[in-house]
Design a protein around this ligand. Structure first.
Ligand SMILES: [Ca+2]
Length: 385
């Protein structure tokens, strides 16, 4: 582990660049430099509710095969990251409160810590979480956190219901009021992948010396992972605007969902060293050295954050689109037909992850400053594919 002190000049971009699409609230930077953790304050019981809608989707599904959604937990505030522990409980982060929660499959919520040094405001805050593949031995969870200086990846031991002081894994990822990326996931290769945003400064996406607008691939100590395109760089792919979804299919191909600017959101198949076009191209049409997306959607239909793979399909959660997209993946690794479910039924949808029992956990994001919270928001929903 090391503290990387590069890129101080990238701290705290001007706040005027808030886009109409995915920026939202005023910044309230209030953090100290080094995030620390506050110990748990309470445990709350969250009764599991029954089916809450009989959701048939809006994809013209006349019957059969439409995913059903039930509420696991309600009363959360902008749940952002979810990953699962070996015992089946989930670790859940809340973006603005900066709380780290442990949630059982039955919906019992325990606060295990709070990341005090995290700045929230706009799209920043406590974002992604990934549980160590060796959790039974090392007890580590990885967190993607915005501070006043940067976005950084931390790791902390989770012992039962108590999160220890975090340690810095990788610092110096540009931060901003918007486009902070933030998804963390361990790949089938055992390395940690992180999606970053260009923070409203599009040229960062093409700057090989910036960690912004990239997908990073690092070791658990924050070093460039063996086999990276540049052995001295954490960068795996570049030319991204704001990736917030990462998922591997059953052939271990990596997929990423990406916010477009004003026209095209993207689903990309991620190949080592690829340049995905931003800011030269939004959507398809790059040609040459630029990798085109596999699927695009209008931003009012998607504005995607989380991405998961389950039941032979990719599943993508739409914020502005307020729907859950299901995307076919062919055997040769092409994205096929996509179809929407749950449109408008639960408001903004942020994160979707595959749970150990084969279901999907799906979060609402109606408390994020751009939604219209319903009683009980925000929620974690269980969706059975
Ligand atoms: Ca692109």
């Amino acid at each position: 582990m090391r503290l990387r002190l590069a890129a101080l000049s990238l701290a705290l971009l001007p706040l005027a660049a808030c886009s109409a699409q995915d920026g939202d609230k005023d910044a309230d930077a209030n953090a100290s430099d080094v995030p620390s953790v506050t110990q748990p304050t309470e445990t709350t019981e969250q009764p599991t509710t029954g089916p809450d809608g009989g959701d048939d989707g809006d994809g013209g599904d006349g019957g059969g095969g439409a995913p059903q959604a039930t509420t696991i937990v309600e009363g959360l505030e902008v749940p952002w990251g979810i990953d699962f522990l070996p015992d089946g409980d989930a670790v859940v982060t809340e973006r603005d409160s900066r709380r780290v929660l442990r949630v059982t499959p039955e919906g019992e919520v325990t606060e295990v810590g709070e990341i005090d040094g995290s700045t929230s405001g706009g799209e920043a805050g406590l974002l992604g979480v990934a549980v160590s593949p060796d959790f039974d031995e090392d007890r580590l969870v990885y967190l993607y956190v915005t501070t006043e200086e940067d976005n950084r990846i931390l790791k902390a031991e989770l012992d039962g219901d108590e999160l220890a002081e975090p340690m810095v894994v990788l610092a110096g990822i540009p931060q901003g009021f918007i486009h902070d990326g933030g998804r963390l996931a361990f790949g089938p290769d055992g390395h940690l992948y992180a999606s970053t945003g260009e923070t409203g400064t599009p040229d960062l996406a093409q700057d090989p010396d910036s960690l912004g607008g990239k997908i990073l691939r690092i070791t658990t100590d924050g070093e460039p992972a063996p086999g990276n395109p540049d052995p001295d760089s954490e960068v795996w792919t570049s030319g991204h605007r704001n990736v917030q979804g990462l998922a591997w299919d059953e052939a271990d191909r990596l997929w990423a969902s990406e916010f477009g600017d004003s026209t095209w959101d993207e689903l990309n198949r991620i190949e080592k060293g690829g340049d995905y076009g931003w800011p030269q191209v939004e959507g398809a049409g790059g040609g040459g050295e630029l990798v085109d997306p596999q699927v695009v959607w209008r931003t009012d239909e998607a504005s995607p954050s989380g991405l998961a793979y389950a039941d032979g399909h990719l599943w993508m959660a739409g914020l502005r689109g307020e729907r859950l997209w299901r995307i076919e993946v062919t055997e040769d690794g092409e994205a096929g037909t996509s179809r929407a479910f749950l449109a408008g039924e639960h408001g903004r949808l942020r994160t979707v992850v595959a749970a150990p029992d084969g279901s999907l956990w799906l979060t609402t994001s109606n408390q994020d400053g751009r939604g219209e919270p319903a009683p009980g928001d925000d929620r974690i929903l269980r969706v059975t594919p």
